[in-house]
Ligand binder design. Structure first.
Ligand SMILES: Cc1ncc(C[n+]2csc(CCOP(=O)(O)OP(=O)(O)O)c2C)c(N)n1
Ligand SMILES: CC(=O)[C@@H](O)[C@H](O)COP(=O)(O)O
Ligand SMILES: [Mg+2]
Length: 638
C-alpha cells in the first residue's frame, strides 16, 4: 500500500480563495500535487479517473480566474469533478468517494456551494448554465457562468438545443468545450470528426492568436454591435465555425494543459465577454498517469488499483456478469439471424454490444450519447424488417421516453430493449439507479415487459425477444454478476405472459419480478422454519401478466407478497390493478407489494441498498410477520 503523496503547496489550498493567492508560476506545481492526490485517492476508492486527470490544469485555471462560487462553474456529467472537489473544501473527504455516507462521484448541490448544479447524466451543463446566466442578467448581477462540457457530451442533442438558445439570447455564458477526443470509448459521429479538424487546423490556430489580440484590444465598453461585427468578419475570413454560426464567440483550440494558454484566455473572456463564448480546449484523458494514458479507455472508470503498476483489483466473480451473458446470447442469436442489429448510445463496453460489434461490425451502431436518437433510429430499422436490440441502461432509457412511446409503442414496432443496470447500481448513486423502467413501460399498451430472475433466465429472454416480432419487448437485468445457476447452451423461447412456480407452499405466496427471486427463496426457508408454508413464483412478465398464476396464488394462499427492485407503479401495481379489477381482494387476501422506497437512495453497495429498501431476505420475512401480526421475525438469518 503506497503512502499518501507529499503535497506542500496543495496543503495550503482548502478553497479557491487560497488558490487565488498563488502566483501563476506556482500553478504547475499545484497541478502536479492535485494529480498525485487524485491518483492516490482513486486508487483506494475506485471511480472515474481518466476524465478528472484530463482537467486538472483547466480546473485550477478556472478557479484561479473566476470568483467561484459567486461565479458559477458547472461540469457536464460531473465524473471529472474530483480535482474540483479537492480544491473546494472536500479534500479531507475525497477518500470517501462513492461510498455509503461518502462524497458523491458527481457534482451535487446538496454537497457544496461550489456545485451550483448536479450532474451525472450528460449534456445538461449548457442548458443549466444558460438558465443561470439569464438569471444573472435578470438580477442585474455581473457574475459569470462557466459550463465545462466534454466532446462526448457534445454529441447529445440537448447540447445543441442549449447552444441554439444561448446564441439567440446573446447570453453572457462561457462554454468550455473539453475536447479530449474520447467519450467512454473512442468518440463516434460527425461532430467528433469536426472537432478533430478544428483542433488540428494550423491556420486556424494562427488566426486565433490574432483573434485573441483583437479581443484583448476590444475594451470593456466596446459596443456589442461592433464586437459582433468583428466576430462575423473573423468568421467570414476563417470560414466560421459551427459555434460562431450559432452566435458564439469561438476561441481556440488552445492547449488545455498549458497555463500559458488557459490563464490569459480565461482572464480575457472574464473581462471582455459580453455575449456567449465558447472556448475550445484540447486535453488528454488520463493525463499524467501513464497506465491511464496507455489504456484504451484512459481509465474512464476503474476499480481500486496499485498506483505503482496501475493494476486494478479484480474480484474473482462467482458467476458471469449479466452484461456478458446478454452479449454472448445476443451474438449467438445474431449468428443465426442476420436481421438482428444492435444499437448503443456511447456505451459499447458497458452494455456488452462491443462483443456484437466484434462479431458483426456492420450490424452494430454506436450513435454517441444520443438515447433519443438511438430509440427512433431503432424504430426506423424495425419499420424495415430488422430486429433492433437498443441496449440502454435503465437510467439512460429515461432520456428517450417519448421516443419509446411515440415512435415505438404507438406504432407497435418490434424494437427490443435490453435494459441493463436495472435496480440499484451502487456507487453511482441515485442518478444512475434503474428504478423506473418497469413503471414507465408497463403503462404502454402493447408492450411486453420482462425481467430476468437469473442469468439462465436472461438467456431465455434474449432468445424470446429475438423471436418476438409482434411489437416492442423489453427485458431488464441488474449491474454485476449472476447468481451462479447452470446455463443452457441456448436460451428457450418463453411463452409470452407466463410465469413459473419455483417452490410450492400453501400459506404465503412470494411473487417475484426479476432478480429478487434469490432473496425470496432464502426468505421462504426462514418462513418455513417458522412454520409458514411458502410458495415462491417467478413472474417473468410484468406485461402481459400471467393472470392464471396470479389468480391461483390469490385463491389458494392467505397472503400474497409481490417483490421487485423497482419503484412503485411497476409490477406490484399491475398485479394489484388486476386483483382489484377481478374482485380477488374481496375475500380478505392479505397483500403487500415490496418496491423501492419513495426516496432518492444514496450510494452504497447494492446489497446494502436493497437491505435499506426492505427488498432483501430479512425485509421480506419481516413484511410477512408484520402482515400476520406476529412480532418481528426472530432468529431470521440474512
Ligand atoms: C445521458 C447519458 N448517457 C450516457 C452516459 C454515460 N457516460 C458517462 S461519461 C460518458 C462519456 C462522456 O464523454 P465526454 O463528455 O467527452 O467526457 P470525458 O469522459 O471525455 O471527459 C458517457 C457516455 C451519461 N452519463 N449520460
Ligand atoms: C459517468 C457515467 O455515467 C458512466 O461512466 C457510468 O458511471 C457507468 O456505469 P457502469 O460503471 O455501471 O458501467
Ligand atoms: Mg471526451
Amino acid at each position: 500500500m503506497t503512502h499518501p503523496p507529499k503535497t506542500p503547496l496543495l496543503d495550503q489550498v482548502t478553497y479557491p480563495a487560497d488558490l487565488r493567492k498563488l502566483e501563476d508560476r506556482d500553478l504547475p506545481q499545484l497541478a502536479r500535487e492535485v494529480r498525485d492526490e487524485m491518483i492516490d485517492a482513486v486508487s483506494r476508492t475506485g471511480g472515474h479517473l481518466g476524465a478528472g486527470l484530463g482537467v486538472v490544469e483547466l480546473t485550477i485555471a478556472i478557479h484561479s480566474v473566476f470568483d467561484t462560487p459567486n461565479d458559477r462553474l458547472i461540469f457536464d456529467v460531473g465524473h471529472q469533478c474530483y480535482p474540483h472537489k479537492i480544491l473546494t473544501g472536500r479534500r479531507n473527504r475525497i477518500r470517501t468517494l462513492r461510498q455509503e455516507d461518502g462524497l458523491s462521484g458527481f457534482t451535487r448541490r446538496a454537497e457544496s456551494e461550489y456545485d451550483p448544479f448536479g450532474a451525472a447524466h450528460s449534456s445538461t451543463s449548457i442548458s443549466a448554465g444558460l438558465g443561470m446566466a439569464i438569471a444573472a442578467d435578470l438580477d442585474k448581477n455581473d457574475r459569470r457562468v462557466v459550463a465545462v462540457i466534454g466532446d462526448g457530451a457534445m454529441s447529445a442533442g440537448m447540447a445543441y438545443e442549449a447552444l441554439n438558445n444561448a446564441g439567440a439570447l446573446d447570453a453572457r455564458l462561457i462554454v468550455i468545450l473539453n475536447d479530449n477526443d474520447m467519450s467512454i470509448a473512442p468518440p463516434t459521429g460527425a461532430m467528433s470528426a469536426y472537432l478533430a479538424r478544428l483542433a488540428s487546423g494550423r491556420t486556424y490556430m494562427g488566426f486565433r492568436d490574432l483573434g485573441k489580440k483583437l479581443t484583448a484590444y476590444l475594451g470593456k465598453n466596446i459596443d456589442r454591435a461592433i464586437t459582433r461585427a468583428v466576430e462575423h468578419a473573423r468568421g467570414y475570413v476563417t470560414g466560421g465555425t459551427m459555434f460562431e454560426e450559432m452566435g458564439f464567440y469561438h476561441i481556440g483550440p488552445i492547449d488545455g494543459h498549458s497555463f500559458d494558454h488557459l490563464l490569459p484566455v480565461l482572464r480575457n473572456v472574464r473581462d471582455n465577454a459580453r455575449g456567449p463564448v465558447l472556448i475550445h480546449v484540447v486535453t488528454q484523458k488520463g493525463k499524467g498517469y501513464p497506465p491511464a494514458e496507455a489504456a484504451a479507455d484512459k481509465y474512464h472508470g476503474v476499480n481500486k488499483f496499485d498506483v505503482i503498476t496501475g493494476a486494478q483489483a479484480r474480484v474473482k466473480p462467482n458467476a458471469p456478469s449479466y452484461t456478458s451473458v446478454f452479449a454472448e446470447a445476443l451474438v449467438q442469436e445474431a449468428a443465426l439471424d442476420d436481421k438482428i442489429v444492435g444499437i448503443t448510445a456511447a456505451m459499447p463496453n458497458g452494455t456488452g454490444l462491443d462483443k456484437l460489434a466484434e462479431a458483426f461490425p456492420s450490424r452494430c451502431f454506436d450513435v454517441g450519447i444520443a438515447e433519443q436518437h438511438a430509440v427512433t433510429f431503432a424504430a426506423g430499422l424495425a419499420a424495415e424488417g430488422y430486429k433492433p436490440f437498443a441496449a440502454l441502461y435503465s437510467t439512460f432509457l429515461q432520456r428517450a421516453y417519448d421516443q419509446v412511446v411515440h415512435d415505438v409503442a404507438i406504432q407497435g414496432l418490434p424494437v427490443r430493449f435490453p435494459i441493463d443496470r436495472a435496480g440499484y447500481v451502487g456507487a453511482d448513486g441515485p442518478t444512475h439507479a434503474g428504478s423506473f423502467d418497469t413503471a414507465f413501460l408497463t403503462t404502454l399498451p402493447g408492450f411486453v415487459v420482462m425481467a430476468a430472475a437469473d442469468e439462465a433466465e436472461l438467456k431465455h429472454m434474449v432468445r424470446t425477444a429475438a423471436a418476438y416480432d409482434a411489437g416492442p419487448i423489453s427485458f431488464r437485468y441488474p449491474r454485476g454478476e449472476g447468481v451462479g445457476v447452470d446455463m443452457p447452451a441456448r436460451g428457450e423461447i418463453l411463452q409470452i405472459g407466463k410465469g413459473r412456480i419455483v417452490k410450492e407452499g400453501t400459506k404465503v405466496a412470494l411473487l417475484s419480478f426479476g432478480t429478487r427471486l434469490a432473496d425470496c427463496l432464502l426468505a421462504a426457508e426462514d418462513l418455513e422454519a417458522a412454520g409458514l408454508s411458502t410458495t415462491v413464483a417467478d413472474a417473468r412478465f410484468a406485461k402481459p401478466l400471467d393472470h392464471d398464476l396470479i389468480r391461483q396464488l390469490a385463491r389458494h394462499h392467505e397472503m400474497l407478497i409481490t417483490v421487485e427492485e423497482g419503484s412503485v407503479g411497476g409490477f406490484g401495481s399491475q398485479v394489484m390493478q388486476y386483483l382489484s379489477s377481478e374482485g380477488l381482494l374481496d375475500n380478505g387476501l392479505k397483500i403487500r407489494s415490496l418496491v423501492m422506497p419513495d426516496i432518492w437512495m444514496e450510494q452504497a453497495k447494492p446489497e446494502a441498498m436493497n437491505a435499506h429498501a426492505g427488498l432483501d431476505r430479512a425485509g421480506i420475512v419481516s413484511t410477512v410477520f408484520r402482515a400476520l401480526g406476529r412480532g418481528v421475525a426472530v432468529g431470521v438469518a440474512g
